[in-house]
Each structure stands twice: as C-alpha cells, then as structure tokens.
Design a binder for this molecule. Structure first.
Ligand code: FEO
Length: 396
C-alpha cells in the first residue's frame, strides 16, 4: 500500500492493524499503529524513515514497486528506534553505498542497533539538503523522544516530517486527520503524549517554540505514527503546547487494587464523599487488576489529583500498584496532588508506602491518607465518605 500526500511526496509505510503491545509489553495499542515512511521524488529522491523489522521484506517489496531502489539518492533517518529503522538493514543490503542523513546521536544509535558502517552523513539544525528545486531542512529534536531524534522540513510543499512528535498509535485506512473519527484520534494522541512524551514536556514546548520562530509555512505535519495532520495542522502543535504546560483537567482519579474488596469499598465511598462536597469535579475509579495500565496513566495525566489505594500485603503493597507507582515516577508528572488509602488487618503499612512513593514521584501528598481495618464496617464506610468529603478543599 502507498498513497500520495502532495505532489511528489508519497507515504510508503506500513499499517499494523494487529499491534496490541508496543515497546515490548509496555504500551497498549488498542487501535493498532502505523510506521510511516515517506518517499520524495524530486530531481533527487529521498526516503524518510523505514518501518519495524517484522515488516522489512514487505516494505522493500512495496517500495520497489514505487521506485527502482537504486534511484534513491538519500535515506533520511529521523530517529533510530527500531520501529522506524528496523527495515534499514534490509534496505541497505540493496543500496549499500547510499548516504544516510541523521544526527550525530543517530549514528551512535544506528551503529548500536545494527553494527554497520553505512555511509553516514551527520546533520545539525539548519543544515539543508537539496533535492533540486526543493530542499530538506533538518531540525534536531533531542528527547522527542530519543537523543537522536530530528525533524525535517520540505520547502515549497511546506511539509514537516516530525517523527514521533504529533504521532498516535492509530491504524486507519484514511490516514489523514480530517477523515478519521476525531474522538478516537485525540484519545490516541493524548495517550501517546501522556505515556511517552510527558517526561520531555520542557523539550516539547521549547522545540515547538523554536520551530514556530522559523516562521515556516506549514501545510502538512507528517508524524511517524498514525494519521497525517493536513487539516489545520497547527492544531496539534497548539494541543501539544497545552499538554506540555503541566496539563490538568478538573478530574480526580482513584486508582487501586484490592484483595478481598476492602480497598474497593473504600475507593467507592471516598468517591461518594468527594461528589457530595464538589459537584463539578470528575471523579473516576480504576481497579488496576481490571484496567489497562496505559489507559490509567492517561487518566493520571488528565487529573489534578490522584488517590492511590492498596491493602497492606507483607508490610507492603500489591504488585499492580507498585508497578504503576514505578511507572509514574519515571513519567515526572508535575503540579499534581495525591493521597493514599488502603485497608489492612494487622500491620497497615500500605498507606505510608504509597505516600512515600507518590512524594518521590513528585506529587504533592496532601495528608496522611486513610487506613481502615479489615473490610470497612458502617463506621469504616462513614470514615471513607467523610474523608472524601474533605478532599476537594485539600485539592483546591
Ligand atoms: Fe516511534 Fe521513538 O519511536
């Protein structure tokens, strides 16, 4: 499959309908994904990125139906992560002398992956590569989302090839932002930002401001995953600026796991209490044993505060809660409040363990949390409702 984007620019990537886990087992992709590769056929021919290795042979066969591989003058490697460089070894077997343009860190990463001494050409921000009448302009974009990442911009056609930035794990035959379901598109875009780009928000904001400062006309943004932004392409840059600015909605997310329902009962009655004193806040409950981790992290991203609950187990917490807390720590959320809760039988350390972990992760823990023994009785339930009732004031 391939399709024309504009004039001599085509998409020659792969739609991966079946993908359900990305980054090993780390990222759920309920709607599949795409690996976007772009072919520019001007006086000179450039190929931007490739696809993930399992699709390398299919990619090369498809590409060869578009162009004699020997007519490719330049390979542009915007990012060395395997989902974009995975077909490079197969491609370079066909055209071993063709120059590869990438950043200095790109050379390091590509050599680290493939141990090949290809014809690397290092580029920096502002460097230009002539394709004849038009040029590719390179823009380094470190940590969006690896140190090697760069964008490139095609003059006259006004296309920004942004690699991971502005992407979504979203398989669609339509492939343009104006043709797909908007709710699905933005659900996948925010999930992608929350789970991958959150720790790099300062770099995201700085890079978007830098690109805007170039005053380049922009007709299409072509990311390396998901659909292309051709209808009001600036909208996703504006959205990214909001997400990068300590984004939050009027939402409190209660996240827990439970052994014999005691912590679940606590969660539900804390939620009830919050609702009794604040009718405007959107309270959501997620049992980690039953919900997708990455969807929960997206809800954390949207929240002004989170409550995390676990019963005490062996003086600690349930592993599902521990795993989420570990992931949250790495994502470096900012400007969010938090509290801990949980039931216990005899020792009751879970609330302290969770609160300490949340503090380490950068959350503002608003109080000592709430502990209830065994399965909450009427008095325990009332204490949960009361606790919830008092939270909106602490979370304000
Ligand atoms: Fe889609 Fe950082 O790779």
């Amino acid at each position: 499959m391939s399709f024309n984007i504009k004039n001599n620019v085509s998409w020659v990537g792969k739609i991966d309908w079946e993908l359900r886990k990305f980054h090993g087992n780390e990222y759920s992709t309920h709607r599949g994904s795409t690996y976007n590769s772009y072919l520019i056929k001007e006086e000179k021919v450039a190929l931007i990125d490739t696809v993930w290795n399992p699709f390398a042979k299919e990619f090369i066969k498809n590409l060869a139906s578009e162009i004699d591989l020997n007519q490719i003058d330049y390979v542009i490697a915007n990012h060395a992560e395997s989902d974009h460089s995975g077909a490079l070894p197969e491609l370079m077997r066909h055209i071993p002398e063709t120059p590869i343009y990438c950043t200095k860190n790109g050379v390091k990463s590509l050599k680290g992956h493939y141990h090949q001494d290809w014809n690397f050409n290092v580029v920096k921000t502002g460097d230009r590569l002539s394709l004849g009448q038009k040029e590719l302009v390179f823009i380094e974009a470190p940590m969006l989302h690896w140190p090697d990442t760069m964008f490139c911009y095609l003059t006259e056609y006004n296309i920004l090839f942004s690699n991971d930035a502005f992407g979504q794990h979203y398989a669609s035959e339509f492939m343009f932002n104006d043709l797909v379901d908007q709710a699905e598109l933005f659900a996948e875009a925010i999930k992608y930002y929350a789970n991958i780009l959150t720790p790099f928000s300062p770099q995201v904001a700085a890079k978007i401001k830098e690109v805007l400062s170039f005053n380049l006309p922009l007709d299409i943004i072509c990311p390396s995953h998901g659909v292309l932004w051709r209808d009001n392409p600036g909208q996703i840059a504006e959205q990214y600026m909001q997400w990068a600015d300590n984004y939050q909605e009027n939402q409190v997310t209660i996240i827990y796991d439970t052994m014999w329902n005691g912590t679940r009962v606590m969660a539900e009655h804390i939620a009830e209490g919050i609702g009794l004193s604040d009718k405007t806040v959107n309270v959501k409950l997620y049992n980690l044993a039953k919900r997708d981790k990455n969807d929960v992290i997206t809800e954390v991203f949207k929240s002004k505060a989170i409550l995390v609950g676990s019963p005490t187990v062996n003086k600690g917490i349930l592993t599902s809660v521990a795993a989420l807390l570990e992931e949250i720590k790495g994502l470096k959320f900012k400007n969010k409040k938090a509290a801990a809760f949980g039931c216990y039988g005899w020792s009751g350390e879970s609330v302290k363990v969770i609160a300490e972990s949340l503090t380490t992760a950068g959350f503002d823990v608003v109080d000592e949390g709430l502990k209830v023994t065994w399965n909450p009785d009427d008095a325990g339930i009332e204490s949960c409702v009361d606790y919830g009732r008092g939270l909106p004031e602490k979370l304000a």
